[in-house]
Design a protein around this ligand. Structure first.
Ligand code: NAD
Length: 374
């Protein structure tokens, strides 16, 4: 069985597997071919892949010869058509939000797995690319904010006077939020955070941040530990609390998301206008609508000296470790679908079934099947 690794599109610096992951895959009995230059932006050259045992090929060869293609961004439809009919395609293709691609894959009777669909269960944790990339996002968001802030993060007592620590407010304390908090703490900031899940409170306190309580949040056990939509009254109370805290903050990092829905709007326009000049908002929810009313996706805007950074593909800005984590997640997932060096799909396994977009002309993931019916 031959596994292909392609070079990602121009704005994506990560690669699905670095040479060390390729080496492991080869030790399982697979052959690996890598498009020339695939690892360049993640600082892995063709020679490093050759040393791991991979063949270096042109893109067209990788596409037409591979039995399995492991990527990150979705492939263009015309390239999918060039793959072997029974080849397996893996990526983070956003299948739930890309009906054109999903319908095409089903019509073409392709076998495709979309890594953002990996069930968020304990057994699947080591394959969860969303968690890995959220770790990258949280860390990078804080660094981005620190870099944009016209002030220090830590407290200093110097001969030139004292500097008070920067005050950071993190909204949403999931994987990305906790990493943003931890990074801001390491840099010496005073950090405040809040979330609608009570479980997040303990985690926030355990890493040394202060938790802001807003009474009356709705939680639903059936949501498997994730946030659910909140009542209009609660959201208004949250907005008022944020408004109050934002005026004292130097930095706000927003990460609040609700799976499958538009991100909640929590930082209002009046709040941005009330903030100190020089303060910075980093909105990690920019691509799902934004937590701040004025966020522009993929842009930094300035409102009376308050900069709002609507982050795009921040994971690609840490390409080496992001690719390393991605590759490790892939290997853990591939262990489930490769047996004795050959592809072996067991749809009795909830992770294999849940991650599969389609196989043999049929939608496999239940949410994909629902989406296709609409
Ligand atoms: P996410 O990216 O969907 O959301 C980010 C955070 O925003 C969450 O903590 C959420 O509670 C919060 N949020 C939503 N609405 C909000 C609001 N109105 N105000 C404030 N905060 C709001 O979530 P995530 O980071 O992917 O994960 C959330 C939880 O799931 C965490 O407990 C995490 O540990 C758990 N998790 C488990 C697994 C697994 O078991 N495989 C994998 C990933 C995450």
């Amino acid at each position: 069985m031959k596994v292909g690794i392609l070079k990602e599109p121009k704005d994506e610096a990560r690669v699905a597997m670095l040479p060390e992951a390729v080496k492991t895959l080869i030790s399982w009995g697979a052959e690996v071919c890598v498009e020339t230059g695939a690892g360049q932006t993640a600082y892995a050259d063709d020679d490093a892949y050759r040393s791991s045992g991979a063949e270096i090929k042109q893109r067209a060869e990788v596409l037409t010869e591979s039995d399995m293609i492991c990527g990150i961004q979705a492939l263009p439809l015309e390239e999918i058509s060039k793959m072997k009919p029974d080849a397996v395609l893996l990526g983070q293709m956003g299948a739930l939000f890309n009906p054109e691609l999903t319908k095409f894959l089903i019509e073409q009777k392709r076998t495709a797995f979309s890594m953002e669909l990996v069930p968020r269960t304990t057994r699947a944790q080591s394959m969860d690319v969303l968690s890995s990339m959220a770790t990258v996002l949280g860390y990078k968001a804080t660094l981005l904010a620190a870099n944009s802030l016209p002030r220090f993060f830590p407290m200093f007592m110097t001969a030139a006077g004292s500097i008070t620590p920067a005050r950071v407010l993190v909204i949403g304390a999931g994987v990305a939020g906790l990493q943003a908090i931890a990074t801001a703490k390491r840099l010496g900031a005073t950090v405040f955070a809040f979330d609608v899940r009570q479980a997040a409170k303990e985690e926030v306190l355990s890493i040394g941040a202060k938790f802001i309580d807003v009474a009356g949040a709705t939680e639903d056990k059936a949501a498997g530990g994730y946030a659910v939509e909140q009542s209009a009254e609660f959201i208004q109370r949250q907005k008022d609390t944020i408004h109050e805290h934002a005026q004292k903050a130097d930095i706000i990092i927003t990460t609040a998301q609700i799976p499958g829905r538009k991100a909640p709007l929590l930082v209002e326009e009046r709040t941005v206008h009330a903030m100190k000049a020089g303060s910075v908002i980093v909105d990690l929810a920019a691509s799902s609508g934004g937590n701040c009313a004025l966020t522009q996706p993929d842009q930094t805007i300035d409102i009376n000296g308050v900069r709002i950074i609507g982050v795009g593909n921040l994971a690609a800005e840490l390409p080496q470790d992001a690719s390393k984590m991605y590759g490790k997640n892939y290997l853990n997932f591939l262990k489930l679908i490769i047996k004795d060096g050959a592809i072996n799909l067991n749809f009795e396994d909830d992770i294999v079934l849940g991650t599969c977009v389609c196989h043999a002309g049929e939608a496999k993931n239940s949410r994909i099947a629902e989406m296709i019916k609409q």
